[in-house]
Design a protein around this ligand. Structure first.
Ligand code: ZN
Ligand code: ZN
Length: 368
């Protein structure tokens, strides 16, 4: 990983692998065969399409890839790079040499692939989820630095293309506005976009994941932009809903209600608090405002090397907030045939409460 994060702190990959090795030893595992792209990038910096890392409790780790990626990652004291078309060979060999149980993440691989591995290792290969994900929940300084930069670039592009444009947005299509925002994020220094931008004008705002169309923005409408820049593999996620010109009072009241719910969710961020509490707090505001049925998704999710990662803030979540978690708070109200409002920030949990990374006004009429 390079580019937009070049001058930010270098990630300590050796320390990450050492922490995982420690976890494996605690869990009675001799190794973990890591094939998921984000887990692999987090542990080694490798971002090619064909690679895997064999992390071992004894600290002798091995990155397996093919000849196309030779030289992409250097050997270090704790990590050997092995070029081999048969990526799994080191695991099969270690297991037949009696290394002990090796885990893999069944959510990162097809059932068929996992079966071919098992045929070579027998019972020594065991399925385990969340071993790397549990460590990735808490971001280190190198990660928070990249996320903060991605968020800064996202907000800067929004200020230029949405706030400064004001009523000049009338007649601009959703698709054109999406393109302008994405181009500006890259012009400002982003490596690319975190995900395809959502621009939803007027009644299209009632669709949470609306894809931008050739429909022009009209005066008197709310426009929702859900956008994010990507910096060195890290993603921003930021939504604002603004009024273009004068908008009906009932829609402005809905906007104000979402603003209150979002602020309540952010204010509830505290180390030790159950993650699900953030959803409860924001949802209560919207329900008491009479629109509980129109808030049709969870209040947020973790953000990092993936746009949606743990913790997913849903009712089933038992996690508690820890310092260093990065997550979104994004309540919305969606009224089919009428319009919609969503307001989303990306924030990092600190010992002093939330630090909002997408620092930008939340009102319907922001000023430049
Ligand atoms: Zn979003
Ligand atoms: Zn989001």
């Amino acid at each position: 990983m390079t580019a937009g994060g070049g001058d930010l702190p270098t990630p300590d990959l050796v320390a990450r692998r050492a922490r995982l090795a420690e976890t494996l030893a605690t869990e009675g595992l001799a190794g973990l065969w890591v094939t998921g792209a984000a887990d692999l990038a987090w542990l080694t910096g490798f971002t090619g399409s064909n690679g895997a890392v064999f992390v071992r409790a004894d600290g002798r780790h091995l990155l397996a890839t093919d000849a196309r990626y030779a030289g992409r990652v250097d050997d270090t004291d704790d990590l050997e790079v092995r070029i081999d078309r048969d990526l799994f060979a080191p695991v099969a060999t270690a297991v037949s040499d009696g290394l002990g149980p090796v885990a893999f993440d069944p959510t990162a691989v097809s059932h068929a692939r996992a079966r071919t591995w098992s045929e070579r290792t027998g019972d020594a290969l065991v399925a385990r989820t969340g071993l790397v994900g549990g460590l990735r929940l808490v971001k280190d300084d190198a990660e928070v630095g990249r996320l903060a930069r991605a968020c800064d670039l996202t907000v800067a592009a929004w200020r230029v293309e949405v706030v400064a444009a004001g009523t000049d947005l009338v007649g601009v299509t959703e698709r054109e506005l999406a393109t302008r925002i994405e181009r500006t994020m890259v012009d400002l220094g982003a490596d690319g976009v975190a995900f395809p931008s959502i621009v939803a004008a007027g009644t299209n705002g009632a669709v949470p994941h609306h894809e931008p169309t050739d429909r022009p923005i009209r005066a008197g409408e709310l426009v929702t932009t859900d956008i994010g820049a990507r910096v060195d593999g890290y993603h921003a996620d930021f939504t604002r809903t603004v009024a273009v010109g004068e908008v009906d009072d009932d829609l402005l009241a809905v906007h104000a209600l979402v603003e209150r719910a979002q602020a309540a969710g952010v204010a509830a961020v505290r180390v030790g608090e159950p993650v699900v509490e953030l959803d409860t707090v924001a949802r209560r505001v919207i329900t008491e405002g009479g629109h509980g049925d129109a808030f049709v998704h969870g209040v947020g999710h973790g953000v990092g090397l993936e746009v949606h990662e743990d913790p997913i803030i849903a009712l089933a979540t038992t996690d508690r907030l820890s310092a260093g978690m990065v997550l979104t708070i994004e309540p919305g109200i969606y009224l089919p045939g009428h319009g919609g409002v969503r307001i989303e920030d990306t924030l990092v949990v600190t010992d002093d409460g939330p630090r909002v990374l997408t620092d930008a006004p939340t009102g319907a009429h922001p000023s430049a």
